[in-house]
Write a protein that binds this ligand. Structure first.
Ligand code: FES
Ligand SMILES: [Fe+2]
Length: 368
C-alpha cells in the first residue's frame, strides 16, 4: 500500500544529531507529493536567487524566470527601481513577457494587447469601455518581493517572509572580505540532469568527500585533509587550502590562490571562489527526476587579454561538472532501487548535507 505524505515525512528524524543521523529517505527524491510540498514550502517560502543585477542594468531591461511553478518577470523601472511581478496578464492570464530577456518601454501582453508600465501599473486595455466595476488601478501586474545582495537578485513568493538580510544572517559579513563586487560576469552555462535537484545539492555538500575519488584534477590542487565545513542558520561554508601541483596542468593554471571557498545558501544557490575566479550555481527542479543547473562564471579580469584564460577556466569547470552529472544520475537510479531506503552520513565530511536535510524537513513540516 502506498504511504501517505505524513508517513513519508515521518520517515526522516530531523532531531537526530549528525552521529546518529540518516539522510532523507529515498522516497523524498522520487515522490510527486514531496515535489509539490517543496514547491509550496521550500521554493515558495524562502528567498530564491533568480539572476544578476547586470541582467537588468538599464531602464526597461527585463528577464523572465520560473520559481515554484510561477512565471515571473524581473524588470528595471523608469525610476531606476528593480521590481519583480508574476508574469501573468490580469486579463486572461497569458504571459506578458514572452522571451527570456529584452529591453522594453512597456510590458505589452501579446494576447489582447493590454499594456503595463515598468512599475506594473495597467496603462492600456483596448476595447474595454463599458465594462462595469473595472478599476484599472487595481489591475496591474501582481508584485513579488525582490531584494538584492551584492550582484545577486532574490525573490520571495512569501509576503510574510523576513527580509533577505535576515535570511542571509552573517553571510554578507563573512563574504565581505572576498570582494564579490569585483567579479564581473563572463558566461552562463546550463545543464539538465536526470536527477532530483536535491541529489545535486547533496553532492555539493558532502564536504569534499567525493573529490579524491571523482575529481582527480580538482583534488590535485586542494589540501583535502584540511578541508573545513562550517554550518550557519541558512548556509554552509566549505573551504579548503590550495596546494600547488603540476599534476593536472589546466587545474594548476585556473584554480589558484590560498583557499577555495564554497558557499551554499539554502535551498539551491552556491557561490564558488578561487583567486580571481567565481562561479554561482542555481539548482532548479524540473520534475522529481530532472533538474536544471545554471552556472554563471565571473572573473576579476574580463578584458580581451584575459579571454583565453577565462575560457580555459570555464572548460575546467565543465569537466568537473561532467563528472558530477554522471554520479548524480547514477545516484538517482540507485534511489529508485528497492535495495535502498536511506544512508548514513560521515561526521567528518557530511555536516553540510545534514543541515540541508534538516532545513528541508523543517519547511516540509508545514505541508503536513
Ligand atoms: S490575456 Fe493579456 S491581454 Fe488578454
Ligand atoms: Fe563534485
Amino acid at each position: 500500500m502506498s504511504q501517505s505524505l505524513v508517513e513519508l515525512l515521518d520517515l526522516y528524524n530531523a532531531a537526530a544529531p549528525l552521529e546518529e543521523a540518516y539522510t532523507i529517505p529515498a522516497p523524498w527524491y522520487l515522490d510527486r507529493r514531496i515535489e509539490q510540498a517543496e514547491r509550496e514550502e521550500v521554493f515558495g517560502a524562502n528567498w530564491i536567487a533568480v539572476g544578476r543585477i547586470d541582467q537588468v542594468a538599464v531602464e526597461g531591461q527585463f528577464f523572465t524566470v520560473e520559481i515554484a511553478g510561477e512565471p515571473l518577470v524581473v524588470v528595471r523601472g523608469s525610476d531606476g527601481k528593480l521590481r519583480a511581478f508574476f508574469n501573468v496578464c490580469r486579463h486572461h492570464a497569458a504571459a506578458v513577457a514572452n522571451v527570456p530577456c529584452g529591453t522594453v518601454q512597456h510590458l505589452r501582453c501579446p494576447y489582447h494587447g493590454w499594456t503595463y508600465g515598468l512599475d506594473g501599473s495597467l496603462k492600456g486595455a483596448p476595447e474595454f469601455a463599458g465594462v462595469c466595476n473595472f478599476d484599472r488601478g487595481t489591475n496591474g501586474l501582481v508584485p513579488v518581493r525582490l531584494e538584492t545582495w551584492e550582484q545577486f537578485i532574490f525573490v520571495s513568493l512569501d509576503p510574510g517572509a523576513a527580509t533577505l538580510m535576515t535570511f542571509l544572517g552573517d553571510l554578507p559579513a563573512r563574504a565581505a572580505t572576498l570582494g564579490l563586487a569585483d567579479f564581473y560576469f563572463f558566461a552562463r552555462k546550463t545543464y539538465t540532469l536526470a536527477c532530483n535537484w536535491k541529489v545535486y545539492v547533496d553532492n555539493y555538500l558532502d564536504g569534499g568527500y567525493h573529490v579524491p575519488h571523482l575529481h582527480k584534477g580538482l583534488n590535485s590542487v586542494l589540501d583535502y585533509k584540511e578541508y573545513t565545513i562550517e554550518n550557519s542558520e541558512h548556509y554552509s561554508l566549505q573551504s579548503s587550502p590550495m596546494v600547488s601541483s603540476e599534476e593536472h596542468e589546466s587545474f594548476a593554471a585556473t584554480r589558484t590562490g590560498d583557499r577555495a571557498y564554497y558557499y551554499w545558501l539554502y535551498p539551491n544557490f552556491m557561490i564558488n571562489i578561487y583567486a580571481g575566479v567565481m562561479d554561482t550555481n542555481l539548482v532548479l527542479p524540473l520534475a522529481t527526476d530532472r533538474c536544471l543547473v545554471q552556472f554563471d562564471f565571473f572573473f576579476r579580469d574580463v578584458s580581451d587579454d584575459a579571454r583565453r584564460a577565462n575560457t580555459e577556466s570555464v572548460a575546467v569547470s565543465d569537466r568537473i561538472q561532467d563528472e558530477d552529472v554522471d554520479i548524480c544520475e547514477s545516484v538517482q537510479r540507485g534511489l529508485r532501487s528497492r535495495a535502498y531506503r536511506a544512508g548514513r552520513l560521515s561526521v567528518r565530511r557530511e555536516g553540510g548535507e545534514h543541515l540541508f536535510h534538516r532545513l528541508l524537513a523543517k519547511d516540509l513540516r508545514r505541508a503536513r
